[in-house]
Design a protein around this ligand. Structure first.
Ligand SMILES: Cc1cc2nc3c(=O)[nH]c(=O)nc-3n(C[C@H](O)[C@H](O)[C@H](O)COP(=O)(O)O)c2cc1C
Length: 187
């Protein structure tokens, strides 16, 4: 399978990038091809403007050139994997903006479904599983991100994996990288 691996993190030496790399290497070992979409390095603009969604209800509308380029990048792949840090119990605004702008009505939901039948999210979390469970942040993220975005767009094989303890470990970074590798080999 060709996998579009989408990341959003300001630091190239982040654990998020290391986890993305670990996932990619394991997935390649499993016979997949990887195309990286590094939204920060690419300077992706996350703000949805009028040309990106010119007319909500017109099925013949033409999306902006930037959005069409992202749609083409998605379409030349067979699956999507997003690897991101948890920021405020959600994804970074940059990645959310990529979804806002590109996963449009009439293209990813509405008359059509998102082009891929498999999309996973790997969320790198600073806090522990216990801290998440205390306030049901994990359930909230699952509802909002996995059900509310991936499921809403008709994607059949969805997965949200929250990899805990990036900061509060142990177990810490090595466990997160091992989990990312395991997920790459399971993909
Ligand atoms: C703006 C910001 C918000 C954050 N919010 C959360 C959060 O809500 N929950 C959490 O577990 N970690 C949070 N963190 C910690 C990140 O998840 C952590 O940096 C990341 O998991 C792993 O480290 P990395 O930044 O080296 O990739 C936040 C970090 C930043 C910079």
């Amino acid at each position: 399978m060709k996998i579009l691996l989408v990341t959003a993190h300001p630091r190239a030496d982040s654990l998020t990038f290391a986890a993305a790399k670990a996932f990619a290497e394991a997935a390649k070992g499993n016979g997949h091809e990887i195309e990286i979409a590094d939204l920060t390095a690419e300077g992706f603009d996350p703000v949805l403007r009028e040309p990106d969604e010119p007319d909500w209800s017109d099925s013949k509308k033409v999306y902006s050139a930037a959005v069409r380029a992202e749609m083409a990048r998605i379409k030349r792949n067979d699956a999507t994997v997003m690897v991101f840090p948890v920021w405020w119990w959600s994804m970074p605004a940059l990645l959310k903006g990529w979804i806002d702008r590109v996963w449009n009505n009439g293209w990813a939901y509405g008359d059509r479904n998102y082009p891929h039948s498999r999309a996973w999210m790997l969320a790198i979390a600073g806090s522990s599983a216990e801290a998440y469970a205390k306030r049901d942040y994990d359930d909230a993220m699952r509802t909002q991100l996995e059900v509310g975005i991936l499921g809403y767009c008709g994607i059949a094989e969805t997965r949200l994996e929250i990899l805990f303890d990036a900061i509060e470990g142990p177990p810490g970074p090595e466990t997160i990288l091992a989990a990312a590798r395991r997920l790459g080999s399971e993909f």
